[in-house]
Design a protein around this ligand. Structure first.
Ligand SMILES: [Mn+2]
Length: 469
C-alpha cells in the first residue's frame, strides 16, 4: 500500500502505463513544487529503467501543448499541472498525438482521462493536503521495481509541499503527513518542533531576528540595531572567530534561552497571542544534507528553488534536486542573492516614487524599472511601508513587452472579509480593455494592452468600490 491508500489504484494504473511506454516526455511546472515533482518523477523513472526526457513550462497553454504534441514521445507524464488543462489534453489524446499520464493537485478542467492521479478526485484537498510533488511521490512509490525503495524521495516531496505553502497551519497535515512519516522512517527527514523563523540554517542571528517580518516583534523585526541589542542583552556567546553564530550553531540549551527571551519580549510588547504561538512550529530537516546549508532546511531549500524558477533557470533547480552540489548550487545562490537585491531595490523605488490613491484602490506603474515576474511580490511588500496605505488594495503595473502590461494586485484578509475579490476585479476589468486575468480573492493578476492602464484602473476602482460598498 502506498502513502495515500485512496490513490493506490490510480497510481498503479499510471505506473503500468509508464512501464509500457516506448518513450516518455516528463513535462512539469516551473516553481519549487513543479521542480521537485519533476525530480521525484525523473528519479523514479530512471530507477524503473524507463527512458525519458524532461521539459518545463511556466504555463501549460494551447501553444505549449502543441509543442509537446509535436515531439515523438508516445507518452507524456505531466507533473504539477495537466489537470487544469485536461480539456486541451484530451483533444490531443483523441487526435492520437500522445497518451497523457497526469500527477497533479490542481482543480481538473471539465474532461477526464484514464491515467489521472489527483487528490481532488478522491476527496483530498489539493490546496492544503497534497502538493504536485506529493502526487509525484505517490506515483514514484507505485513505480518501484521489485525490491526497490523510493521512500528517500519523500524529502523532495516535502520541499514541494512547503514550496506550495501547504504547511500554513504550523506544519503539514493529511496526506502530506503520511509522506513525512515515510521520509522519517526512511531516515531522510526529521520532524522537529523549533523556532518558526526563516533562515535557521544560514542567517546570522541578528538577521534571523531582524528579517522575521512575519513575527512583527516591535523593536526587533525590521530593526537591525534593535535585534543586535536584544541579542547582546542575553547571556550567550554570540560570535565565533569574529563571525555571528547562526541558529543551527547554538546548543539546545542556548536555543531555549533565546526562544524564551523572544517570547517574553513578544508578550511584553503586546504581540497578539496567535502570533506568539506561531513563533514555534513543526519544521522539517533533510537529514542527508550538510548542516548550515539552505538545503538542510525545507523552507530555505524551497526558497532557493523558487529563485531559480523565477529567473527561468529550471535546469539549475532540477540539477540541485537531483544532487548537484557544485556549479548548480553556486548558480542558484547567486540567483537568490540577485533576487533579494531586486526586491529591495524595487521596494525602495516604490516608496521613493510613491503611489497614487484613487477612491478605492492605490497604484503604481513601474514600467521597465521592476521585472514583471517580481512586481507582485514588491506590491505586497509595499503595503504598509512608508507612504503606502494598508487599508486599500494595491495595483501594480510593469511592462511585459512593448505591447503588453503585467498587472498585479494585492489585498488583505481584512478587505476580503469585507467583500474584496481581486480575482473577479482583475478578470472583469482586464476583459473590458481587451486583456485577461484572474487568481485569488486576496492576490490576483492580469495582462492588458500597453496604454490601457488608465481605462483599466477606472474599471478596477469602480468594481472594488462595488465589492466593498
Ligand atoms: Mn503545485
Amino acid at each position: 500500500m502506498g502513502p495515500v491508500p485512496d490513490l493506490d489504484d490510480r497510481a498503479e494504473a499510471c505506473a503500468e502505463r509508464l512501464r509500457a511506454a516506448d518513450s516518455v516526455l516528463l513535462a512539469s511546472h516551473i516553481d519549487a513544487d513543479g521542480l521537485t515533482s519533476a525530480a521525484v518523477a525523473a528519479t523514479a523513472l530512471e530507477r524503473a529503467d524507463i527512458a525519458f526526457e524532461t521539459v518545463f513550462s511556466k504555463q501549460l497553454d494551447a501553444d505549449e501543448l502543441a509543442r509537446i504534441a509535436a515531439t515523438d514521445h508516445d507518452t507524456i507524464l505531466f507533473t504539477d499541472f495537466g489537470s487544469g488543462q485536461l480539456d486541451l489534453i484530451a483533444a490531443h489524446e483523441a487526435a492520437g498525438d500522445f497518451t497523457p499520464v497526469i500527477a497533479d493537485h490542481h482543480q481538473p478542467a471539465d474532461a477526464d482521462t484514464e491515467y489521472h492521479l489527483n487528490p481532488l478526485l478522491v476527496g483530498i484537498d489539493g490546496a492544503a493536503k497534497l502538493s504536485g510533488a506529493g502526487a509525484a511521490y505517490v506515483l514514484a512509490r507505485a513505480l518501484e521495481p521489485d525490491g526497490g525503495d523510493n521512500r528517500d524521495l519523500a524529502a523532495l516531496s516535502v520541499v514541494g509541499a512547503v514550496g506550495d505553502m501547504q504547511d500554513g497551519d504550523g506544519g503539514l497535515r493529511g496526506a502530506n503527513q503520511g509522506i513525512v512519516d515515510e521520509g522519517v522512517a526512511a531516515g531522510v527527514l526529521s520532524e522537529e518542533t523549533d523556532l518558526a523563523l526563516y533562515g535557521r540554517q544560514t542567517r546570522p542571528l541578528p538577521k534571523l531576528l531582524e528579517y522575521a517580518s512575519e513575527a512583527r516583534i516591535p523593536g526587533i523585526s525590521n530593526d537591525e540595531a534593535g535585534a543586535v541589542a536584544f541579542l547582546t542583552d542575553l547571556d550567550l556567546p554570540l560570535k565565533e572567530e569574529g563571525e555571528w553564530r547562526r541558529w543551527v550553531d547554538l546548543t539546545g540549551e542556548e536555543r531555549r534561552t533565546l526562544a524564551s527571551a523572544l517570547m517574553r519580549r513578544a508578550v511584553t510588547s503586546g504581540v497578539p497571542a496567535d502570533r506568539i504561538d506561531g513563533l514555534v512550529g513543526t519544521t522539517y530537516v533533510l537529514a542527508d544534507e550538510e548542516p548550515g546549508t539552505e538545503l538542510r532546511d525545507v523552507s530555505e531549500f524551497s526558497t532557493l528553488l523558487n529563485a531559480t524558477a523565477r529567473y527561468e533557470r529550471a535546469d539549475v533547480g532540477l540539477a540541485i534536486c537531483l544532487g548537484d552540489r557544485g556549479a548548480a548550487l553556486d548558480r542558484a545562490r547567486t540567483l537568490l542573492r540577485n533576487h533579494r537585491r531586486n526586491l529591495s531595490e524595487g521596494l525602495q523605488w516604490v516608496t521613493s516614487e510613491g503611489v497614487t490613491v484613487e477612491e478605492h484602490v492605490q497604484w503604481f506603474d513601474a514600467g521597465t524599472r521592476i521585472r514583471e515576474t517580481i512586481v507582485g511580490i514588491i506590491a505586497g511588500m509595499a503595503v504598509g511601508a512608508d507612504g503606502v496605505r494598508h487599508d486599500l488594495p494595491i495595483v501594480a503595473f510593469a511592462e511585459k513587452s512593448p505591447e503588453e502590461v503585467k498587472v498585479s494586485a494585492r489585498g488583505s484578509h481584512f478587505l476580503t472579509d469585507r467583500g474584496l475579490d481581486l480575482s473577479a476585479a482583475m478578470r472583469e476589468a482586464s476583459r473590458e480593455v481587451g486583456g485577461d486575468g484572474g487568481g485569488h480573492d486576496v492576490a490576483a493578476g492580469a495582462t492588458i494592452p500597453a496604454g490601457s492602464q488608465r481605462a483599466f484602473l477606472d474599471e478596477v476602482d469602480r468594481i472594488v468600490g462595488e465589492q466593498l460598498g
